[in-house]
Design a protein around this ligand. Structure first.
Ligand SMILES: *Cc1c(COP(=O)(O)O)cnc(C)c1O
Length: 383
């Protein structure tokens, strides 16, 4: 059996190697390392793929979130609501901009922001909501957009884990994740579903004015050369990363299909195992089909409900099966983000999830033998 990896990027590289090498050499010959045609072409191709008016490439996903918030003109003291159960980057940029993070609980079956908790957290100071499409499945955007409209709030989608996912609204209409809120941020970190070979990120919006503001912010607040109208940052995607992303974008749906196929195999093998809760599919899907992109499985995450998650993790490590605990500590308990405003009774779900979740190897190169070995090991341990 091939050695099992949590994320395996070599197989993808083999299939795009010639194109990537040729294009990188062209970039080297042209010396257009920054803002060259490759970046521009990638931007256009991603706009077409997503069906969104504006993609603004930048240096990484964390910058993308920060720049989105800067572009909306959020000011110190404004409250921004986000999920307690996400990667720290989401709350980090809120705090960095001196906005007030307001962390709320999530739903136990989808791991995404809890709509009732969200609504309860709204105050007259609330200005924005940051839903995170955690592990590759969209948050309940229909409910979130309705709440935002009612309270006049911005919605900034953290789409770092959701690229390529399709959201189906209750009326049946479909849109790509990251094109529903006022603005969205994504990451092209190598292990993301669409990853480059270094750091990269992008901001998406359908709002022409906001796109214009953001294009200046990523470039030192310049709208005309050496005229700095606003305080900006330096955040760029380089041409070499754009080459990699242009080679991979046409394959993204195929990559996501492979992830879903592996998820379906995991589900089939683990569905009757005691103390294992499989990932829940929303958007009307009760199984993982081949045609629907409602979940792109950035992570395949189980809940182990008998208190033996840590023992299982140790056992998997002994059997050379990598795994991840995403995430081991709720954000409201992290030193940097703890605050006396928070009340433990408001976080029953995240407090439990951090003890129950375990993510299995998930990438485009998993084979049947590996999946069988992983699932047999889990079954034997839990039975
Ligand atoms: C990866 C990630 C980010 C940050 O992206 P970087 O490119 O690493 O800065 C933000 N939010 C979530 C949910 C992520 O998974």
């Amino acid at each position: 059996m091939r050695k099992i990896q949590m994320v395996d990027l070599q197989g993808q590289f083999q299939s795009i190697k010639d194109r990537v090498n040729t294009s990188i050499n062209e970039v080297l010959d042209s010396a257009a390392f920054i803002n060259g045609p490759e970046v521009h072409n990638f931007q256009k191709e991603l706009e077409d793929y997503l069906g969104v008016k504006h993609v603004i490439p930048c240096a990484n996903g964390t910058d993308a979130l920060q720049i989105a918030m800067m572009g909306l003109g959020l000011e110190p003291g404004d409250e921004v609501i986000t999920a307690d159960f996400t990667f720290a980057a989401t709350v980090e940029v809120i705090a960095l901009l001196k906005l007030t993070p307001v962390l709320v609980d999530v739903e136990e079956d989808t791991f995404n922001i809890d709509i009732q908790a969200l609504e309860k957290a709204i105050t007259p100071k609330t200005k924005a909501i940051v839903p995170v499409h955690l592990f590759g499945q969209c948050a309940n955007m229909d409910a979130i957009m309705k709440i935002a409209e009612k309270h006049n709030l911005y919605v900034i989608e953290d789409n770092a884990q959701g690229i390529g996912a399709t959201y189906t609204a209750p009326d049946g209409s479909k849109r790509k994740s990251g094109t529903i809120g006022h603005v969205a941020a994504t990451s092209f970190f190598p292990s993301k579903n669409l990853g480059c070979y270094g750091d990269g990120g992008a901001i998406f919006t359908n709002d022409d004015d906001l796109a214009h503001i953001i294009r200046g912010i990523v470039n030192h607040g310049m709208y005309e050369r050496y005229h700095h109208d606003v305080v900006g940052v330096n955040s760029r995607l380089d041409s070499i990363q754009a080459v990699v992303l242009r080679a991979k974008l046409p394959l993204l749906d195929e990559y996501n299909r492979k992830r879903r196929t592996s998820a379906r195999k995991y589900n089939a093998a683990l569905k009757d195992v005691n103390h294992v809760v499989l990932p829940k599919m929303v958007s009307g899907c009760d199984h993982i089909c081949d045609t629907c992109d409602c979940h792109v499985f950035h992570q395949y995450t189980l809940r182990i409900t008998n208190g033996k998650r840590d023992a299982l993790a140790k056992h998997l490590a002994e059997k050379d099966i990598p795994h991840g605990i995403y995430y081991p500590i709720p954000l409201h308990k992290q030193k940097a983000y703890a605050d006396e405003r928070y009340n433990e009774a408001d976080f029953p779900v995240t407090n439990r999830l951090v003890q129950e979740v375990i993510s299995l190897p998930m990438h485009t190169e998993l084979d049947d033998e590996q999946i069988q070995y992983i699932t047999d090991t889990i079954k034997n341990f839990l039975s």
